[in-house]
Design a binder for this molecule. Structure first.
Ligand SMILES: *Cc1c(COP(=O)(O)O)cnc(C)c1O
Length: 394
């Protein structure tokens, strides 16, 4: 066995089901393993390296920042953090404010803490948040409680209270679940880890109206859908509704760990100094990386590109793989392919052998999250590999 894999097996806690590949290098849409084998990356490290591996704009920004300043804590001001906060607000919740965290789960934690303070000040003593079944909001205990997947929760009970789950895309179920203590509804615009299930247009609009009517906050967890992935900078722009609180993370740093919780000032003003914080959150390095990412996305018009290439890729999948698949879900370059047979993990493994990286969610969904810089040629290459894979599995 490979030495690295041996070491990991012995010394790392065995909580990841890993593929037997050791990667050593990445460039744009390609990854290279320790033997020099080249892979076409249609997963982007789970929607993270959206602007490609070893992106030169990010490298330059980070190198430049590394030479100047790495860390001072949030006891002081730094330029990259202030500049990134301004930029994020300008592109999302205008007149809002940002809190920086180190991950998606932590950005969501900030959102939930904000809701609880806001609700208590507003007179709800035991604030409750409604989330959807089949959702995914992170791995901290509170976010596990928010995640509507009982099989993930069971091994870790007792979980923190304050969350209730309802069927996704079912406005009646949501209406029924609301009590006088319900302070917010938290949803993914497209359920990612749950299998790439988009919210219905009417449902999301109705949720927005219901939140206004019942004086509840609407949180969109755009940790996976955010930042050009779905053909818009944020997935909610594909819908007719805006959130009060928005969380992003995965693609924000193109690999540098950073998460952000953005909310309107009527909500953020409830936090007093010292009520929330992070040692590393919003440090100069991840913030300089994120600024480079957002500038690159805008300069290269990656939202539009994701929309156009996404359409092209879906049509290609439909034409070439139609015999093997039942449904194609998703928006832009966030795509879930439902296979006819229960072979999704076999497809993932065989594709990897042939130099294409995808992943599977359960046994009937193959998920594609390619970098947003891919072109038609890459789509053709990927679909040719998938066609061979399906033919071999039979
Ligand atoms: C990945 C993900 C998270 C968790 O992000 P981490 O950075 O792993 O904590 C939360 N919400 C959604 C929608 C995600 O896809």
């Amino acid at each position: 066995m490979n030495k690295i894999i041996e070491l990991e097996n012995k010394y790392h806690i065995q909580t990841y089901g890993r593929f037997p590949v050791v990667f050593v290098k990445g460039k744009k849409q390609y990854l290279f393993d320790h033997k020099g084998k080249k892979y076409l990356d249609f997963l982007s490290g789970l929607g993270v390296t959206s602007i490609g591996h070893s992106n030169q704009a990010v490298i330059k920004a980070v190198e430049n920042q590394l030479e100047k300043l790495t860390h001072v804590s949030n006891l002081f001001y730094t330029e990259p953090q202030a500049m990134l906060a301004k930029k994020l607000v300008e592109i999302s919740i205008k007149n809002g404010q940002v809190f920086f965290a180190n991950s998606g789960a932590e950005a969501n934690e900030a959102a939930v803490k904000l809701v609880r303070r806001w609700a208590k000040i507003g007179g709800r003593a035991k604030p409750e948040i409604i989330t959807a079944y089949n959702s995914f909001h992170g791995r901290t205990l509170k976010m596990l409680a928010a995640t509507g997947q009982p099989e993930k929760q069971k091994p870790f009970e007792p979980l923190p209270p304050g969350f209730k789950h309802v069927e996704f895309n079912d406005i009646k179920a949501l209406k029924k679940a609301i009590t006088s203590q319900t302070a917010a509804v938290m949803l993914e615009v497209i359920q990612g880890e749950g299998g790439v299930y988009p919210a219905d247009k009417k449902y999301l609009k109705d949720v927005g109206a219901l939140c206004k009517q019942k004086k509840m906050l609407l949180i969109f967890d755009e940790v996976q859908t955010g930042l050009a992935r779905t053909g818009k900078l944020f997935a909610y722009e594909n819908y007719e509704v805006k959130p009060d609180i928005l969380t992003v993370a995965k693609a924000l740093g193109n690999g540098f760990p950073i998460g952000a919780c953005i909310a309107s000032k009527k909500v953020t003003s409830v936090f007093k100094k010292g009520e929330h914080g992070s040692t590393f959150g919003g440090g100069p390095i991840p913030c300089s990386a994120a600024l480079a990412v957002l500038n690159f996305m805008q300069k290269k018009k990656l939202s539009k590109k994701a929309a156009d290439i996404g359409k092209y890729l879906k049509a290609l999948i439909n034409d070439e793989l139609g015999d093997h698949i039942e449904e194609i879900r998703g928006l832009g370059l966030m795509i879930g392919i439902k296979t006819k047979k229960k072979i999704a993990s076999k497809v993932t493994n065989k594709a990897l052998e042939k130099g294409l990286i995808v992943n599977n969610i359960g046994e009937q969904t193959v998920r594609l999250l390619p970098p947003l810089i891919i072109g038609k040629k890459d789509c053709k290459k990927a679909v040719i590999i998938l066609k061979k894979v399906f033919r071999e599995i039979g």
